[in-house]
Design a protein around this ligand. Structure first.
Ligand code: UDX
Length: 460
């Protein structure tokens, strides 16, 4: 690669963000050390296996072999690095606030490990409340002061939020819409330019399993102050989640007036100012980011005495959407108590085994609460769902056709592509009453009805 200068990178945390980013950086030619306290994770990774289900991860790890190692030892990885990225978790506290204790602990440990006489760039990649960057600077300066290294070891702090979708994390890292850098000094910006140069200039060979999208240009790098960078991350996720909640609210009205929300999405999405993405009506949004980040944004607002009614409404609509779907089923079946309800899909979206804040699981909880017996299937997420629903009496099936057996209602809760090709007649015939709630508007009403089902979609 023309003029490419590899950097030594320490990635603190090999969760979703850390592992995806670290593996891509290694693939680009940097020398990466992934650090994780969890030995089971580092053991798996050393064996070339991915602890998360992510498209292309094991293949890219294989291609990056020799450029990436994994360890539990922060100090060695940090001491030898040029750039240290902090990508540890920021779980929600009870009040919605993102808990930064792991970020602070990582910053402290990093500062303890820096060698005198060298300069370092420390990057906060975790999604953190506004102002955390300042807090990280404070922690690092404090430790450096205690160690008497404040002058001899210049440290540049950068905020570099990520915008990765689960299942598409490697793709989104290689072909981002933009790279956001929040830095107070030019050294930090320069290091980030060097780190991401192969992406900014698209000079790397695209892996066959992560092909460069046709028409993809060069991604812009936005440089701003750290506080704005932190805000860009929250505002992005909040905006995307409110786009979905908006279309779900419109879907509710479509049902009242006899309009079809898919047509509305198409019609408004063609307006370039609105755009076609994130306008799919359904059971609503879940996952590890939207619920947590919108809650964190509200908590930040509250801290400043500032109300954010739009974000709050997006969350409320999303919460109610699950209830609305159960109501629909309840009306069609004249009550769900004592009935067997089949649920297809448990993951919060297709392509993942992640069930965090999954709309499917929330719906199951409501159904069970109302006295239904739920039998569920998912191509990947059964094991995680079993754990999450431990306290509930839910049956799990390894085959979608077992779910429908003698059921009185069937809910399609996650839009896994394999559900589109199900034998609808076989499903309908095995049910006691063939009622189908397509919670993701993914099936063709005509075909479903021809198979003998009573079909209900969302906003149709
Ligand atoms: C999201 C953001 O897209 C990503 O930029 C950020 O870094 C992390 O959060 P992710 O949580 O992986 O990524 O999922 P995403 O693909 O965005 O979907 C989120 C949820 O919205 C899913 O539950 C999905 O089913 C739902 N969704 C999405 C809709 O209901 N309708 C849509 O039109 C799009």
């Amino acid at each position: 690669m023309d003029g490419f200068q590899p950097l030594r990178v320490a990635m603190i945390g090999t969760g979703y963000v850390g592992l995806s980013t670290g593996t891509v950086l290694a693939y680009l030619g940097h020398r990466v050390t992934g650090v994780d306290k969890d030995k089971s994770k580092t053991d798996l990774l050393r064996a070339g296996r991915s602890p998360i289900r992510e498209h292309g991860m094991e293949e890219l790890l294989e291609l990056s072999k020799g450029h990436i190692v994994f360890t539990q030892d922060t100090s060695k990885a940090v001491a030898e690095a040029d750039v240290i990225l902090i990508a540890v978790g920021t779980p929600s506290k009870d009040n919605g606030e993102a808990d930064t204790q792991y970020v602070e602990a990582a910053a402290e440990e990093v500062a303890q490990s820096l060698l005198p006489g060298r300069s370092y760039v420390i990057v906060v990649k975790s999604t953190v409340p506004i102002g955390t960057n300042r807090r990280v600077i404070y922690v690092i300066n404090r430790v450096m002061g205690e160690r008497g290294l404040s002058r001899s070891t210049p440290v540049h702090i950068v905020s570099n939020p990520e915008f990765l979708r689960e299942g598409m994390a490697l793709y989104d890292t290689l072909y981002p819409d933009r790279i956001v850098i929040g830095a107070e000094d030019p050294e930090g910006v320069a290091a980030m330019q060097r780190l991401y140069r192969p992406i900014l200039e698209q000079t790397f060979n695209a892996p066959s399993f992560l092909a460069r999208p046709s028409g993809y240009g060069l991604p812009p790098m936005i440089t701003t102050d750290p506080t704005s960078a932190e805000m860009i991350k929250y505002a992005s996720n909040a905006f995307l989640s409110l786009k979905i909640s908006f279309i779900n609210e419109i879907a509710g009205l479509c049902e009242k007036v006899g309009a079809d929300v898919s047509e509305i999405s198409r019609g408004i999405g063609l307006d370039k100012r609105i755009g076609p993405h994130f306008l799919k009506a359904g059971l609503g949004w879940g996952g590890s980011c939207f619920p947590k980040d919108t809650a964190a944004l509200l908590a930040i607002g509250k801290e400043y005495g500032y109300e954010m009614p739009i974000v709050a409404a997006a969350r409320q609509v999303n919460h109610e959407q699950r209830h609305r779907m159960v109501e629909k089923l309840q009306q069609a079946l004249k009550g769900v108590r004592g009935r067997v309800i089949g649920v297809l899909g448990l993951a919060f979206k297709p392509g993942t085994d992640d069930v965090r804040e999954s709309p499917a699981l929330d719906m199951i909880r409501i159904l069970v609460d109302r006295g239904a017996h739920v039998r569920a299937h998912d191509p990947a997420a059964v094991s995680n769902a079993k754990q999450a629903l431990e306290e509930l009496d839910v049956e799990f099936a390894s085959n979608p056709y077992d779910v429908s057996l003698d059921a009185e209602g069937l809910v399609l809760a996650t839009d896994w592509p394999e559900y589109v090709t199900l034998d609808l007649e076989r499903l309908a015939q095995s049910m006691k009453t063939p009622v189908l709630l397509d919670g993701r508007n993914m099936l063709d009403r005509g075909k479903v009805e021809a198979a003998g089902f009573l079909y209900m979609g969302v906003g149709k």
